[in-house]
Design a protein around this ligand. Structure first.
Ligand code: 2AM
Ligand code: CA
Length: 260
């Protein structure tokens, strides 16, 4: 079995267990704390799931490095993305949704070898939909291969953004993009937004505050299905130092870059 297939089998097993644990946790009260601000939350489950994954990854792949949200992985300044195998892990992407909606959140993992994205997993737990990709083999939802995305321009599709599109200094840019698009949608999980783009439900997603673990799986899923991710100036994504990001069909990405 190849290393990629070995990881794939293990990851899918771990994700099943994580999903079962998360669903079980929703039967009783969550322990919720705030982090940097009122709406930046962490729960006991974010921590428990991350700890479980980190333990498994370190047991099976002791040479690999881990970039993760809640602090159980390696320090970002110690990561050597170009030389090592690096795992990106977000135990719960969309924690605010997890707490307030009990849906629209995902467990996410991505594996990069020497800086090249090899495999990605975004598990929409409550819908039981696992979006996953292995480089060169297409993007799947559970067992179903997704068709490649068509290169739809903004004017023929939906634009997605995070809630800052209504509230912060980028509001003018977002108004402009929204005017050109058919409409605007917001889910509140960068990972699930990336799957929406990969499967063609939206043509672009623009976000300002994303972290490495928010972007790393989407980068693989979207590129594998024919989309493009860049920073606002068109540069490639710097995964260890993430900046405002445009994810889109090739045409929509270019249209948005021109508006900036
Ligand atoms: P998270 O739930 O893992 O924190 C919401 O618009 C999306 O942006 C989510 O994917 C959320 O991921 C991400 N995000 C990153 N940094 C954030 C922050 N400081 N506050 C809220 N959401 C953040
Ligand atoms: Ca998270």
């Amino acid at each position: 079995m190849s290393l990629i297939d070995k990881r794939d089998t293990l990851i899918k097993k771990w994700l099943k267990k994580a999903a079962a644990d998360i669903k079980e946790s929703l039967k009783s009260d969550l322990n919720v704390e705030t982090k940097t601000k009122r709406n930046d939350l962490v729960t006991n489950m974010d921590r428990q799931i991350e700890r479980d994954f980190v333990e498994q990854i370190q047991y099976h792949f002791p040479e690999d490095q881990i970039v993760s949200e809640e602090g159980y992985g390696d320090k970002i300044e110690d990561i050597h993305l170009e030389e090592n195998t690096v795992w990106f892990l977000d135990p719960i992407d969309g924690t605010l949704n997890f707490v307030l909606q009990e849906e629209n959140f995902a467990v996410m993992l991505a594996v990069y070898e020497k800086g090249i994205g090899q495999q990605a997993y975004v598990y929409d737990v409550m819908r039981d939909e696992l979006y996953w990709a292995i480089k060169g083999k297409g993007v799947y939802c559970n067992d179903q291969l997704l068709p490649k995305m068509s290169d739809t321009p903004l004017k023929d599709g939906l634009f997605a953004s995070n809630s800052m599109y209504l509230s912060d200094k980028q509001v003018n840019l977002n108004t402009e993009i929204t005017k050109q698009a058919m409409g605007v949608r917001t889910i509140g999980s960068a990972g699930i937004e990336a799957t929406e783009l990969a499967k063609g439900s939206v043509v672009a997603y623009v976000s300002y505050g994303l972290k490495p673990w928010d972007v790393a799986p989407g980068l693989i899923l979207i590129e594998e299905n024919g989309g493009v991710l860049t920073e606002f100036d068109g540069s490639p994504i710097d995964l260890l130092n993430t900046k405002p990001t445009i994810m889109g069909t090739p045409t929509a990405n270019e249209e948005i870059q021109k508006m900036i």
